[in-house]
Design a protein around this ligand. Sequence first.
Ligand code: G3H
Ligand code: 13P
Ligand code: ZN
Length: 285
Amino acid sequence: MIADVKVLLEEAKAGKYAVGAFNTINLETTRAIIETASELSSPVIVQVTEKTFDYAGARAIFHLIKNIAEFYAKDIPVGIHLDHGKSFEVVERAMDIGFGSVMYDGSRKEYVDNCMMTKKIVDIAHSRGIAVQAELGNVPYLGEMQMENIKWEEYMTDPDQAEAFVKETGIDTLAVAIGNAHGFFRERSEPDYERLSAVAKRVSIPLVLHGASDWHNGRITEVIERGISCFNVDTAIRLAFIGGLREGLLSQDEADLRKVLATGKEYTKSAIKEKILAFGSAGKA
Ligand code: G3H
Ligand code: 13P
Ligand code: ZN
């Protein structure tokens, strides 16, 4: 069933577990996410980016997720979320299509500009019953930075600024930067756990961690303890899908594309299962 993302994450915060927000691009990934969550009786968030709007069609992918959630997963709550909306136009488009939750990512902008646009979006979204996530600090992308001499301080969320930002904008969830980075193995050697605790102390809304799909379970547990209620997961499941496809193509002389894609889907399901178990959301549906 379709669920309210804000409620899902507030329940996770209260229950000291985290919900996985998994990126989808197609039918197989969407089914893998929702089937795995259903098998584990876990709440789940399915999310798409602007690039996927271009790839799959924004309406097509939204209704694909919605139909699968409504008709094949009546037993678990499924949130549908726009991930990393980088402009007012794309966020507005997602709201018009029916997304119940949107991220406006103004993290590359100056603080005042990020704050102003986030507030404008929150006002419109809230009048329509839609939740908003924003990012403060900056979770960099693979390829965006040199690995040597990274000045992590420049990327991190400032706890005092986070408090002011949440107050001024009225957002529902906040994506934080504590040394995490999108893609595999680009992180700071250790996350800044103390900074996370400081943000969690000043901010009462659920906190979201992007770019941590390569983290080991010890780190995952530590940041949940310190206030993370949602993990965005993309690279881990994309790599699993590609691994499955490779296996499917190598192991059989197959002309039925569905069988090749099904191998990709099965590998994706295993990766998702591992994450849901680590996040502690199994059995919380
Ligand atoms: O941060 C989110 C995704 O990893 C970016 O994926 O290639 O769909 O923009 P994308
Ligand atoms: P990874 O690509 O590192 O899994 O990060 C996913 C993410 O943050 C999506 O918003
Ligand atoms: Zn992200």
